[in-house]
Write a protein that binds this ligand. Structure first.
Ligand code: PMT
Length: 419
């Protein structure tokens, strides 16, 4: 379940006329399934009574840093640990300045320093105060510390001024927090996991200037690596020769031929939980690589090349390490799903992505792709078909689906072995 359901939200309220909206905000958070505790600054209680929040949340309001009664109950450090998120609404110019300086001179600023939870600020103040360079500099400092700030709304203010500085309506604040928490949760979906992804073609030398290869651009594999990294995974990308920059947060290992790709993957796999083979590995290489450029024959006689099979990287890793979750691709031009399912079983995989490469719009080099994902569920196979979409978008969907399958099925199957 996502959103605010069962989330522990610490609602901070600072001094400002907009503090009256926080009472309704507390109510909305609770209605959305959150557990709410309220911390008020000294300034806040000049605008709204703690009793109001106590009545809404059913819990005493925290106000003092050095309060022996409160510390005997839930002390400030426990409160900082309890929170899944801290939302401060309204957040005054004064509080923004104190947070930017890292002060710990009251309970709310101390909690912000002591917590590991994400902190969301909804600034509200007079438009001139918001526009002041000092406030804007503090705003930037807080962004650089990882605080998330909601831009105040523009309009008529309680003081009569017109401009940006208004606290958005509680419904807007609640929706913003829900969305922000979902995004944070998503960005941690793959945290603690290491992915190994192959991408691009391999080049198999014939002589010093010629090679056998294929049309893989690396786009699909690179998009998968970027998607896994965006969900918090550590990613090793073993790439054949392509013209793409390494995605942010991904470690690229450049290789040329299949044998090099295999040995690189073998060296990395002991640290890996999830292996995705997206590379278009050449199935054959020249039996012998000529030391010098091969010369044309005298006549029109054909040239005969003897080819030998390359190692199957995916099948080798799947066989060598039963604890490795292995997903492959099946590039097919006919009976796509049937051949893909055969590869899933033959290579001992947990999943395979069937890619009809007979359509140039969804295969080698294209920006978009349309695939069918086959998931092994014991003796059965679950089939999930996706519509055509950009490879970047598809990658995010695929990685999330593979993660779910890894967690639900693969980990479960492995449990008895782990004692
Ligand atoms: O790179 P793009 O231009 O974006 O194109 C993407 C793609 C079409 C290359 C990609 O979507 C794709 O289908 N990749 C798999 C290509 C392939 O070689 O398919 P295959 O059916 O021949 O191989 C089956 C699986 O075994 C693949 O996961 C492949 O990586 C792996 N394999 C194959 C041969 C081999 N010697 N070693 C392998 O690991």
């Amino acid at each position: 379940m996502t959103g605010l359901h069962n989330k522990s939200i610490l609602l901070g309220v600072s001094g400002g006329i907009a503090a009256y909206k926080s009472a309704w905000l507390a109510r909305l958070l609770i209605k959305a399934g959150a557990q709410v505790r309220v911390v008020m600054t000294q300034g806040a209680s000049a605008f709204i009574q703690p009793l109001t929040f106590q009545a809404i949340t059913g819990h005493p309001v925290h106000q003092q840093l050095l309060d022996t009664d409160a510390e005997a109950g839930m002390g400030h450090i426990e409160l900082a640990r309890w929170a899944d998120a801290i939302l401060i609404a309204p957040c005054s110019a004064n509080l923004i300045a104190r947070l930017a300086q890292g002060q710990a001179n009251d309970l709310l600023t101390t909690l912000c320093l002591a917590t590991q939870a994400p902190i969301y600020l909804a600034p509200a103040m007079n438009q001139q105060m918001w526009a002041h360079p000092a406030t804007q500099a503090n705003h930037q400092t807080l962004l650089s510390y990882g605080y998330q700030l909601l831009t105040p709304e523009s309009g008529e203010q309680a003081c009569g001024d017109i401009g940006p500085g208004r606290l958005p309506e509680p419904e807007t604040l609640c929706a913003w927090l829900t969305q922000a928490l979902d995004a944070t949760q998503k960005s941690r979906l793959a945290q603690g996991l290491r992915f190994l992804i192959t991408a691009g073609p391999t080049q198999e030398a014939i002589d010093p200037v010629r090679y056998l290869s294929n049309h893989s651009s690396g786009k699909m594999g690179y998009a998968l690596a970027a998607a896994a990294a965006s969900l918090g995974a550590e990613v090793d990308l073993v790439s054949g020769p392509v013209h793409l920059p390494a995605p942010a947060g991904v470690t690229r290992h450049s290789v040329t031929c299949a044998e090099e790709m295999l040995s690189t993957c073998q060296a990395l796999q002991p640290h890996t939980q999830i292996f995705i083979a997206c590379a278009a590995v050449a199935d054959y290489r020249a039996a012998e690589v000529a030391c010098h450029k091969m010369k044309k024959g005298q006549n029109e006689e054909p040239l005969t090349l003897t080819l030998v099979r390359n190692p199957d990287i995916l099948a080798t890793l799947a066989q060598d390490n039963p604890r490795l979750y292995c997903a492959g691709f099946a590039a097919e031009t006919q009976q796509v799903e049937t051949h893909a399912e055969q590869k899933l079983r033959r290579k001992g995989l947990q999943a395979i992505i069937a890619n009809d490469v007979s359509d140039p719009q969804i295969g080698f080099g294209s920006e978009e792709n349309q695939v069918t994902l086959l998931l092994k569920k014991g003796e059965l196979t679950q089939t999930l078909t996706y519509p055509k979409m950009p490879k970047t978008q598809l990658s995010l969907v695929l990685i999330q689906q593979l993660l779910q399958h890894y967690q639900e099925t693969f980990l479960h199957e492995q449990t008895p072995d782990q004692g």
